[in-house]
Design a protein around this ligand. Structure first.
Ligand code: PHE
Length: 350
């Protein structure tokens, strides 16, 4: 009987080692371990043995069967591994470091965003995220933007419709959700949650119903800054922006501020900058950033009542900065994920 068990084991071993596909595997498994397989036959032979020998022989058969089952399991792992490689290629280890930074690429918008966060974090700013879906109150009313303001028109803003309700985002009955049109919403969210002093930067995606062309895209990115505290002045605003542009585009860059209007700041300004390092645009004044002192109504809407508190806010477009700094002339390139475009932006260079 023992020699029969050994023979069955050898036969199983040879069959399993010759299996190379899933079909072979299934056939071999049923021939060896199936209801009419060779182990079943072996078991039947037990009844011909004298009673006392049956238990030990039964155990020997089972031990052999266990070993064969294990061999089948290993074979299956081998076949599945081969199938995975055939469909997905050689496995990669995503934790391995590339050979050098020269071979890592980084989306130009991410590069600018990271650089902005780095410069501002050296000035004590922390980064805060807002929400891309907002209510009309956060996007407009709290920012002192009346119902009649043109930016609230549904030809400019994406509205969700009055019936839509979104879990965990509360809104008043007659209000609608919107896709935020500006990162200035983060000013409100921050001031509602925190007391001054505040020094935050908030990069993120914004949405406007713009027709697509070389300089417009319905989604783009802005970066908002907000500083609130005692004794904050326009002088602080100007020196912080001056510092930022010098760090971003070189010590020989300059800024100037001109009066402008945004409902949530008073006074409001437009910032122009010029730099010798901008290729074709070298030393030309370029409009780049909206800013101003936080309007009293905005403070009031956020529950800030102290007369001593003042602050400033600024906001700029990340695509616009990237286009100027890298000489990109079409905003659509940022969203096409064309590797010929993306491969120009190595992580190692700015
Ligand atoms: N949110 C303004 C825009 O989208 C920019 C801005 C931000 C202006 C902060 C003033 C203060 O154009």
């Amino acid at each position: 009987m023992i020699s029969q068990i050994d023979k069955v084991f050898e036969e199983a071993q040879t069959t399993i080692s010759s299996v190379s596909s899933r079909v072979d595997f299934d056939n071999a498994r049923s021939k060896i371990l199936g209801p009419n397989g060779i182990f079943r036959e072996l078991m039947k032979l037990l009844s011909d043995l004298p009673k006392e020998e049956r238990p030990s022989m039964g155990q020997a058969i089972n031990a052999c069967k266990n070993k064969v089952e294990e061999m089948f399991e290993n074979k299956l792992i081998e076949i599945e591994g081969r199938e995975t490689t055939a469909s997905f290629g050689q496995p990669i280890d995503p934790t391995l470091m590339p050979i050098s930074n020269e071979e890592i690429f980084c989306h130009p918008l991410t590069k600018i965003k990271n650089r902005m966060m780095e410069i501002f974090s050296n000035l004590g700013f922390s980064t805060v995220e807002g929400s891309e879906i907002e209510t009309e109150w956060f996007c407009f009313d709290a920012l002192n933007t009346p119902e009649s303001h043109p930016s609230r028109d549904d030809r400019d803003t994406f509205y969700f419709g009055k019936d839509v309700s979104i879990e965990n985002v509360s809104k008043k009955n007659d209000e609608q959700y919107v896709l935020r049109t500006q990162t200035s919403t983060v000013q409100i969210r921050t001031m509602l949650q925190r007391k001054p002093p505040i020094r935050i930067l908030s990069p993120g995606m914004v949405f406007r119903r713009d027709a697509i062309d070389a300089t417009h895209y319905p989604t783009f990115h802005q970066c908002e800054g907000l500083v609130v505290g005692e004794g904050i002045t326009v002088c602080d605003l100007k020196s912080i922006l001056d510092f930022f542009f010098k760090k971003l585009t070189g010590e020989n860059s300059e800024i100037r501020i001109r009066p402008s209007f945004f409902p949530f700041v008073s006074p409001g300004f437009e910032v122009d900058f010029r730099s010798k390092n901008l290729g074709k645009l070298s030393n030309r004044w370029i409009e780049i950033c909206g800013c101003g002192m936080v309007a009293p109504n905005v403070f009031k809407n956020c529950g800030y009542v102290s007369d001593k508190i003042s602050g400033f806010a600024f906001g700029m477009g990340i695509e616009r900065l990237a286009m100027l700094l890298y000489g990109i002339d079409d905003i659509r390139l940022f969203f096409q994920n064309d590797t010929r475009f993306l491969k120009q932006f190595k992580l190692s260079m700015f």
